[in-house]
Design a protein. Structure first.
Length: 348
């Protein structure tokens, strides 16, 4: 049984990925800081579904179950190296990070600590205790001011609009250096607006659903003209499951005079992971209204600081590599979210 460390398993994507990889026969060890960026009870609920009783959690100690778990900060380099030494992971998937674009505007230090120092510690651990493949979360935010759609993995990513995107761009560069110097096989995944059951309460779908149910006004930024490549979480984790056992390999035939951001002679790769089918914000809201059988009260506002008008993922290279594309429609995904949401919050 191959062993995989997934960081961020009390989080949204990490939770779903832990369950999937466990079902595929991997021995999963989850790690999470469990901070209070949003409702900690939702994080405990995710862990409960994974078989972890939060009352048994003690910082730095592994809780053993079908899916193991350890509460740990990635910034805690000594404890992280000890974990790698003891557990001898075959694979690592780093999803732990300080999330949120707008939060980074007022709280930059949280992103420096988790997304930069924490990720550097993961790279160091993979260097000293080699793994078959390190997969890590990047973000569509790296495309920043780039307005050339659809976004391709070799598109310009040099103009992030907020520190969050800048830290994700930095992660890609840091990973490449470790792939080149220490032969650590790394794959970065640029996620595009992930949504679904047990999602983050700070994201639009949660906020919209809560407001519509309570007959409150929803804030529609960008005057409703924004476009997003919304991607269902189930499709995201299926893609990662197919990608994990296929690490990139060193390729010394690469022409170093013609390098792009998604290619290298090192065992290094970058992929977009999106639905490849952008949807207008008003259509997204319309699907939510249909699922709730209730019309939203809307207030149209300008674009928020740090937000882009449109995202659109070109995923052809990922499809060619793993033979899978996201397949869940917006209405299907939102229906599944509402089924979970109304059950979890006891809404009739």
């Amino acid at each position: 049984m191959e062993k995989v460390l997934i960081t961020g398993t009390a989080g949204f994507i990490g939770h779903h990925l832990s369950l999937l990889l466990h079902s595929l026969g991997y021995k999963v060890v989850g790690l999470d800081e469990i901070n209070d960026y949003y409702d900690i009870n939702l994080k405990y609920e995710r862990l409960k579904i994974q078989g972890i009783d939060h009352r048994e959690i003690k910082y730095g100690n592994i809780v053993r179950s079908d899916i193991d778990f350890i509460q740990l900060k990635l910034e805690d380099d000594t404890a992280l190296l000890e974990l790698f030494s003891e557990e001898k992971f075959d694979f690592v998937i780093n999803l732990a990070a300080q999330a949120g674009v707008r939060y980074s505007i007022d709280n930059p230090k949280a992103y420096i600590n988790s997304n930069l120092i924490g990720f550097a510690n993961v790279l160091e651990a993979c260097r000293h205790y080699p793994v078959k493949h390190l997969v890590y979360a990047s973000s569509s935010s790296v495309y920043g001011l780039n307005a050339n759609l659809p976004f391709k993995t070799d598109s310009c990513t040099d103009h992030p609009m907020a520190l969050y995107g800048a830290t994700k761009k930095a992660n890609e560069i840091m990973a490449h250096s470790y792939s080149h110097l220490y032969n650590v096989p790394t794959t970065g995944l640029r996620f595009f607006t992930v949504y679904g059951p047990m999602g983050r309460p700070d994201m639009a779908l949660f906020l919209f659903a809560d407001a519509i149910i309570k007959n409150e006004t929803i804030k529609v930024f960008g005057q409703g003209k924004m476009i997003r490549d919304f991607t269902y979480v189930g499709d995201i984790v299926k893609s990662i499951g197919k990608l994990l056992p296929k690490p990139p390999e060193r390729d010394d035939t690469v022409d170093l005079k013609k390098l792009t951001t998604n290619m290298s002679s090192a065992p290094y790769s970058i992929y977009n992971i999106g639905n490849n089918s952008p949807v207008g914000l008003m259509d997204y809201i319309g699907a939510l209204e249909k699922a709730l059988e209730k019309e939203a009260i809307k207030e149209y506002l300008p674009v928020q600081q740090g937000d882009v008008i449109a995202t659109y993922a070109d995923v052809e290279d990922l499809y060619a590599y793993i033979g899978f594309k996201p397949e869940t429609t917006i209405q299907q995904g939102i229906d599944k979210f509402i089924d979970w949401y109304t059950t979890y919050y006891n809404i009739e």
